[in-house]
Design a protein around this ligand. Structure first.
Ligand code: SP5
Ligand code: ZN
Length: 359
């Protein structure tokens, strides 16, 4: 069976942000969020010329970023542009919010806007992270226009740990949050986060919003990063209560078990919500040999996982999040995307978004 190619978005400037190390678990470690990750994904994508088409986003997304992030957070990244080229700034004082304030014009105050020591700033970070978000915007635009039913943003740096005015977890701008925000023009949106880590930033953006259902399947935060978010009892607040679903699972989860969780605990919830579109926060650090994640999913398993989600028959934007086994990252991403496409092809697909004026 022949398919239309999947449209992929990536901008070369995303490669200028190159953190070399992180501070984690009391150690200075080589930084896992490398440019090689993007190189290897692109290589796998380019080796299938009929399956994928790569585009560079053209619009710098500052206006849209202001709709989901505070102007102070954006100012801080712009302050970091003035750092000397050889300086990588690790925030080192993390005050408790209610006792103080942060001045985003001072790089020394960066810790006010940050929650970990693995997410440094340098003079290129703002530009790279903004182009990463631009990929999410361009991929979403294609879906919004009704031109395509599946698109992929090769977002790097990733985004799902970044909140409105807080960064961390290698993330600066919340790319999936931006996609959901834009898709909101068409109706209710579900964000499914399949990264190994809980998407605390995305959760916080939509915690009070009944029109965006956030679902995250992740390593149990009582053991794994980000430690302070991602528990089952976080269910949303106010009008958004009941529209946040955390599914923490023990380490060692394999493809079979993961599919079972999708079929029994995730798909029925999405179907009951009746969203107009799906944003998939696609982290591949669930892979069995990932150096950070501790699940046991094998490369071929990403196909049926994609099929299961594609069969929802929803216009879908896939957003790259984590995934640190660089050797297999390209194969894992392309297998997941082919699964999504094959799943969509196998079901009836309405040609347009539902007509909101009639509901
Ligand atoms: C987007 C995303 O997946 N962020 C994850 C951030 C996790 N950071 C804390 C884990 C640090 C583990 N570092 C181990 C390095 C092994 N070489
Ligand atoms: Zn992750």
């Amino acid at each position: 069976m022949t398919h239309n190619p999947i449209h992929v978005f990536f901008h070369e400037d995303q490669l200028h942000h190159k953190p070399r190390y992180e501070w984690a678990f009391g150690k200075k470690l080589p930084h896992p969020e490398t440019t090689t990750r993007a190189d290897n994904i692109l290589r796998a994508i380019r080796s299938d010329v009929s399956g994928f088409q790569v585009h560079a986003p053209v619009d710098f997304p500052l206006g849209y970023l202001r709709e989901i992030h505070s102007s102070k957070l954006i100012t801080l990244y712009r302050t970091a542009r003035k750092l000397a080229p050889d300086v990588t700034y690790y925030p080192s004082v993390f005050p408790k919010r209610n006792h103080t304030f942060g001045d985003p014009n001072k790089i020394e105050h960066s810790g006010y806007f940050c929650f970990d020591s693995g997410t440094p700033l340098n003079h290129t970070t703002y530009n790279a992270a903004a182009w990463s978000a631009a990929c999410a915007e361009a991929a979403t635009r294609l879906i919004l226009d009704g031109k395509e039913k599946l698109s992929y943003a090769l977002c790097r740096p990733p985004g799902h740990h970044a909140a409105r005015d807080l960064f961390g977890g290698y993330c600066y701008f919340n790319n999936a949050g931006l996609a959901a925000h834009l898709l909101g023009a068409r109706g209710k949106v579900v964000i499914l986060d399949i990264d190994f880590h809980h998407g605390n930033g995305t959760q916080s953006l939509y915690y009070r919003d009944p029109n965006v259902l956030f679902i995250s399947i992740h390593g149990d935060p009582s053991v794994f990063y980000p430690f302070y978010w991602g528990f089952e009892n976080e269910k949303g607040q106010g009008e958004g209560e009941g529209f946040n679903l955390n599914i923490p699972i023990p380490s060692g989860c394999d493809g079979q078990e993961y599919l079972r969780i999708l079929r029994e605990r995730v798909i029925p919830v999405i179907q009951a919500f009746q969203p107009a579109a799906l944003v998939l926060s696609a982290g591949l650090d669930t892979y069995r040999e990932d150096p950070i994640g501790k699940f046991c999913i094998d490369t071929p398993d990403y196909h049926p996982i994609g099929v299961e989600l594609g069969r929802l028959g929803l216009p879908t934007v896939a957003i790259q999040e984590g995934g640190y086994c660089t050797k297999m990252l390209g194969a894992n991403v392309t297998t997941l995307l082919r699964g999504l496409r094959d799943g969509q092809t196998s079901v009836f697909f309405p040609s347009t978004f539902p007509d909101l004026s009639k509901s």
